[in-house]
Design a protein around this ligand. Sequence first.
Ligand SMILES: Cc1ncc(COP(=O)(O)O)c(C=O)c1O
Length: 395
Amino acid sequence: MSKQYNFDAIVNRRGTSCLKYDFGMKRKGRDDLLPLWVADMDFALPKEILDDLHKRIDHGIFGYTDPDGSYFDALNKWFSERHGYQIDPETVTVGCGVVYGLATGVNAFTKEGDAILIQQPVYYPFREVIEDNGRVFINNQLHYENGRYTIDFDDFEKKIVDNNVKVFILCNPHNPVGRVWTKEELERLGDICMAHGVVIMDDEIHCDFVYGENHFTSFMNLDPKYRKNLVLYTSPSKTFNVAGFQPANVIIPDADLRAKYRHANAAAGYSQGNIMGMEAVKACYTKGAAWVDELVEYISGNIAYVREFVKENFPKATFVEPEGTYLVWIDFSGYGFTDEELEHIMTEEAKLWLDSGKIFGPETAQFERFNLACPRATVEQAFEQLKQAMDAHQR
Ligand SMILES: Cc1ncc(COP(=O)(O)O)c(C=O)c1O
């Protein structure tokens, strides 16, 4: 495939109020760390998408805006062509980011003190939106064996029954462990949730990053019976790195659940969406396919580089093979460092800003999450820095 886009280009993001690069002093007390932490990419969008955004800016008037036919056409183009399902515009509620939508769902479908289940290690705001809203967090710990994660379905059902769980928050593909759940796994989860009246808040924000033989299955690809309990969260914010525009589409096929969600949304004072978020949805989903194809191939090259680097240089670490997402999850427990030593090596010695495994759940303090959505040169620099630091400790 001849290449149209240059993902090797280094764009200086410093001085743009960029969370990933500009807040080292504030958040880590130092400014010399190479950041591979927050799930935010270092690639500029292609001209064809920027042209559409410029056109909207050049109009000069930015009043209240609602999604119209062109918005839903764009959404349907992307999800029907790439993921094989149609979205009924009636079922869509826009939001200001997926996490806001998750918090809205928590308020819509549960009351204070109700139990909500998640599967750690998992994206930490899942736990935060549960506990910050006075709900009880229940964990169905993912099973880790031979460098791969699976679901303990018996524990999943037992925790639901024992705790009268009302909502399950699913992450597919799963951040940080990189699993892309199979059709069979999703059906088992769906069957258990249906049997016990559990609402599935299904976060599919990473759905466009899938590698090799793996195939992404959405809950929308399964038997329509599962839609009764489904609240699906999608957004172009990971695929196109437009999180700063806060787009999100919350798809709720069931009318009763949708009414509850919209009531909670209104109660939070939210009505029209962000104008540039909506423009981004339209531009990205209609013009972005070729760019995303090359992007995924490029990141797959970054993953291959890190897989080999870890094998050659960190013999006691386990590289958890990512089936999806642009995040890699590496287990350093084989070295026998204390949690503090590991943190010291990553930050003070390797000078890397990573997301430490402990923030995804207490059992994974010996893991580190690396964001590989950056030019190859940045990945190489990061792992060379890590090697230098680790070499002083390899025993
Ligand atoms: C699983 C998952 N959901 C949601 C988000 C954030 O979504 P938003 O910025 O739209 O709130 C992230 C960002 O990393 C994520 O990994």
